[in-house]
Design a protein around this ligand. Structure first.
Ligand code: AMP
Length: 273
């Protein structure tokens, strides 16, 4: 595995590549969720590029940019063992200039749900993903369904800017008790972890109700609010794959989304129906 820091150096190497390129962008502190994306990329492409970059522009003032876990040495080993060909680890200065051209999230879909609670977050996400896709020019790029709105907006950007890449959505990987894997789980004390588990429990409850034939979104949300009594809920919403709110669950075209604060940290989780 080759570790590359400079964007132009990586471009030079990859432009000579004739093989198919799979790309997995991450912010590091790698866990099984990231690994599942990396494994899928290795299976479906001749070479795999992983990036690790804690992107400052997607953090709002007061968010956890400076304390976000950074585990560069462990991450390198994980990537090497997983069969990654190129690990791209630029610094902020390698990636950003002063006063640069900006990508903007769409005015509606970029400012609901996560975007409502973190206004401007998706501008930063799209700015970095746009740069990374242009640097790597992958055949396929892998994104987790855990960040459902991010996935939607990246698919939109690719469509709107006619970018030549296949976006591959990947299933959510969970701990054995159901907690969705996240680099932010390390912030949790034992007591907080129990409360964080309520997010996936509320989704499980919703899934069970739907299996029993319940379709009414308000009834499903009501039950989820009950499960989530002990956390600071930001939103519980049921949307279709276009992120429009729906009144009745439609199998194959519904996503149940939840966001809540546990201690000082926000957590998100969702269930695709
Ligand atoms: P991050 O490092 O948090 O920016 O995540 C990098 C990529 O991994 C994103 O596409 C995430 O959606 C994805 N990801 C993060 N956690 C999980 C998980 N538990 N299961 C599946 N994919 C995940």
């Amino acid at each position: 595995m080759k570790v590359v820091k400079n964007p132009k150096e990586l471009m030079k190497i990859l432009r000579k590549e004739k093989r198919s390129i799979g790309f997995v962008p991450t912010m590091g502190a790698l866990h099984e969720g990231h690994l599942s994306l990396i494994r899928q990329s290795c299976k479906e492409n001749e070479i795999t590029v992983v990036s690790i970059f804690v992107n400052p522009t997607q953090f709002l003032p007061g968010e956890d940019f400076s304390r976000y876990p950074r585990k560069y040495e462990a991450d390198k080993k994980i990537c090497e063992l997983a069969g990654v060909d190129y690990l791209f680890m630029p610094s902020v200065e390698d990636i950003y200039q002063k006063d640069e051209v900006l990508v903007k999230a769409p005015k509606i879909k970029g400012y609901i749900l996560e975007g409502y609670n973190r206004p401007g977050h998706f501008d930063g996400v799209l700015q970095i993903v746009n740069k990374l896709l242009n640097i790597v020019k992958p055949t396929r790029a892998y994104f987790g369904k855990k960040d459902a709105q991010q996935l939607y907006l990246i698919e939109k950007m690719v469509e709107n800017f006619y970018m030549d890449v296949e976006i591959v959505p990947c299933d959510i990987v969970r701990e054995s008790d159901g907690l969705a894997m996240s680099s932010r789980n390390v912030y949790l004390s034992e007591e907080e972890r129990k409360r964080a588990l309520l997010l996936s429990k509320s989704l499980k409850r919703a899934g069970k109700l739907i299996m029993q034939g319940e379709k009414d979104v308000e009834k499903i949300r009501e039950e989820m609010f009950k499960v989530l009594e002990k956390v600071e809920i930001e939103y519980i919403e049921v949307v279709n794959k276009n992120l429009d709110k729906i009144k009745s669950v439609e199998k194959g075209n519904s996503i149940i989304l939840v966001a809540a604060k546990v201690g000082n940290t926000r957590f998100i989780d969702n269930l695709w129906i």
